[in-house]
Design a protein around this ligand. Structure first.
Ligand code: 3PG
Length: 419
């Protein structure tokens, strides 16, 4: 046992009904009913295999897509197909989450069999919108519909969803108040790697922050610069634009409107405070790029047009950022530098991720887009560690205990284990 949390070695699994919550949230192709990436499924497959091979009746729970962005909100049917191939045994998809049909299927399971329920976020109480609005305590989560229906049918709850460990939702934090619980192998591995990275990073330690999910990034910036974990924070993507706006640069109406539409305008003031506190430890772009027709146009900061969307960092910025990465001993990266999905605007992201592969520093990459970028540029094998979590990793790095970690600790203390 590590971190005062049970792991799979603490339980006899034979004949037990195990509810295992994983994070297989991946970009979806609705037209072909398939997934554009299977990284997270591959990452949790060993845990599922171990539980099933040890003779448990395995019920897998997961979400697909964010109910806030909605884009990838979809059923889990494609995941069952991928899992079946990876595990070499049938993972039966259940067209229900926790209703009478789902309950019947659980009761009929035989040792070693695996079923995957549909997207838990089809239940309103599982939604991030619901979490954000109502903020149920974990005791209250234990009384939600999903937990009340499924917990009585199970002997053990296992959480292997490190990538969702920052969410305070019933399928992640409610079962631990009803059942003996353990973390899965992936959860354990990611928690160990990230804890070690944070406890004693080789210096200089640089954080490269990009992408569009910036809320947690600004909290993290304050934590890692404040407690001395990071020596420098390099900002690209939307985070970079917010820092530029905070420095008083006119980033153009179109970009300011986008920041506003996303609800991020308040972070300009947050960034101002960080800049006052940490000064040149926060490194911002010195030029940016937009697209005209099929051309990438690089401009200095005093020439950003009002009607153009910034989609990449500029060439001088690339040089600066690469230089910082090459001269660091530890580099952590979360998020791309711009719209890396399009060839015309991928230059910055490609250069930064290639520098991550080349540097002799210990490198850690986290989050869905970062993992996709690492794969796209064929550098996954050259990175120190690729973490399935983005938001969870950022939240972990802010120093706050993750909700799932506190729930698992509660269950370990309250219900013990088989040893
Ligand atoms: C992620 O993609 O970061 C995790 O799957 C959590 O998803 P969420 O941000 O929609 O909760």
């Amino acid at each position: 046992m590590k971190f005062e949390i049970n792991d799979l070695d603490d339980f006899n699994l034979e004949g037990k009904t195990v509810l295992c919550r994983v994070d297989m949230n991946q970009p979806v192709n609705r037209e072909t009913d398939s997934l554009n990436s299977t990284h997270r499924i591959e990452a949790c497959a060993p845990t599922l295999k171990e539980i099933s091979d040890k003779g448990a009746k395995l019920v897998v729970l997961c979400h697909q897509g964010s109910d806030i962005e909605y884009k990838n909100f979809y059923c889990t049917r494609p995941h069952a197909k991928v899992l079946t191939e990876l595990l070499g045994k049938e993972v039966r998809w259940i067209d229900d989450v926790c209703g009478p049909y789902a309950q019947e299927q659980i009761k009929n399971l035989k040792n070693g069999e695996i079923i995957l329920m549909d997207n838990v976020r089809y239940m309103s109480e599982e939604m991030t919108l619901f979490e954000n609005k109502l903020g149920l305590s974990q005791e209250e989560q234990a009384e939600t519909y999903l937990v009340r229906k499924l917990a009585p049918l199970a002997d053990l709850y296992v959480c292997d969803a490190f990538a969702a460990a920052h969410r305070n939702q019933p399928s992640l934090c409610g079962f631990e108040h009803k059942l003996p619980s353990a973390m899965g192998r992936l959860f354990e591995k990611e928690y160990v790697v990230i804890s070690e990275l944070m406890s004693n990073p080789a210096r200089p330690c640089t954080f490269v922050l990009g992408g569009a999910k910036i809320a947690d990034a600004f909290i993290m910036m304050d934590t890692v610069l404040g407690n001395g974990t990071a020596d420098k924070v390099v900002t690209g993507g939307l985070a970079g634009q917010v820092v530029l706006a905070a420095k008083g640069i006119n980033i153009g109406k179109s970009n300011l409107d986008f920041i506003d539409k996303k609800g991020f305008t308040e972070y300009i003031d947050v960034a101002k405070k960080h800049l006052e506190k940490y000064g040149d430890k926060i490194i911002a772009p010195v030029d940016v790029a937009y697209v005209e027709g099929d051309k990438r146009i690089v401009v200095d900061l005093d020439n950003i047009p009002d009607d153009k969307d910034v989609v990449d960092i500029g060439d001088k910025t690339i040089e600066n950022f690469v230089d910082v990465i090459m001269n660091s001993q530890t580099v952590f990266a979360n998020g791309p530098m711009g719209v890396f999905e399009e060839a015309v605007s991928e230059t910055g992201s490609k250069a930064i991720y290639e520098a991550m592969a080349e540097t002799s520093a210990h490198t850690v990459v986290g989050g869905g887009d970062s993992v996709t970028a690492a794969k796209k540029y064929n550098i996954t094998d050259k990175l120190g560690y690729v973490c399935t979590g983005g938001g969870a990793l950022i939240r972990f790095l802010t120093g706050d205990e993750l909700p799932v970690v506190s729930a698992l600790r509660y269950a370990t203390k309250t219900f013990g284990n088989d040893k």
